[in-house]
Design a protein around this ligand. Structure first.
Ligand code: ZN
Length: 245
């Protein structure tokens, strides 16, 4: 009996310490010819690939899609997910309201963190958590570039990240109709094709109920943002920041 206990106990501890991040997308970023070249396996796969460093720290990384059974997030999966990352664009309306309510309840109950990125600003779970319109002033894909500015270098989400440039970005113009964030670790300066510059928030943090929420602006489906080392470091950091403690 003593020997069995000694063998089993470490496994039990390991199981309890295993944490899970689910990267969800709607399956539309690998459909048209241009985005398919950038994200042949969709955006969830590219973000999940960037989270590989978390595996050595006890994290399980799962890719999920709207096209999967239970829209990628069954009740049992949701109930042991520590952080949910969400990318959507064209199919926000297809996501079941019941699933949206369960996601929001898990976040506000302090059981799960939520990370939304780019066109997720209009995703149902994000809007439910924010409780506002979540619109930007404009959305322009005109060859604008951007510099992402590490505004709060001591913030956990900025660990190991320095200012970096995105040669092309879809410009999301301020104001962004969300509640006042508790922190804005990342800012950005857009440079338009005519040379004019405009600043906008790029990484915003909230605590909603008892749960952490992070939004990251870049991530248009025809640009390779989710492969960039700086962006991948931001997501690795954000998962650890958003996870319930
Ligand atoms: Zn976009």
């Amino acid at each position: 009996v003593t020997i069995t206990t000694a063998i089993v106990a470490p496994r039990l501890i390991a199981a309890q310490e295993q944490r899970k991040v689910v990267v969800w997308s709607e399956g539309t970023a690998n459909v048209d010819a241009v985005s398919k070249k950038v994200y042949p396996n969709d955006i969830n796969f590219a973000i999940a690939e960037g989270l590989k460093p978390l595996a050595s720290q006890g994290w399980e990384v799962i890719s999920a899609s709207l096209n999967d059974p239970d829209q990628g997030i069954s009740e049992s999966r949701l109930n042991n997910t520590d952080v949910l990352i969400w990318w959507g664009h064209k199919k926000h309306g297809d996501v079941n309201d019941d699933l949206v309510n369960r996601i929001a309840a898990r976040v506000t109950g302090g059981k799960m963190g939520f990370i939304g990125t780019h066109s997720c600003h209009f995703a149902k779970p994000f809007k439910k958590l924010m409780g506002t319109r979540c619109s930007w002033r404009e959305y322009v894909d005109d060859g604008t570039s951007a510099e992402i500015i590490v505004k709060l270098p001591d913030h956990p989400i900025c660990k190991g990240v320095k200012n970096f440039k995105l040669p092309k970005i879809e410009r999301y113009g301020e104001p962004f109709a969300v509640p006042e964030p508790e922190a804005v670790p990342l800012d950005g300066i857009y440079t338009k094709p005519n040379g004019q510059t405009e600043s906008a928030r790029m990484g915003l943090c909230w605590t909603i109920g008892k749960g952490k929420v992070f939004y990251f602006t870049p991530g248009h489906e025809t640009f390779n943002d989710y492969y960039l080392p700086e962006v991948r470091q931001i997501f690795v950091n954000a998962v650890q920041w958003a996870a319930p403690k």
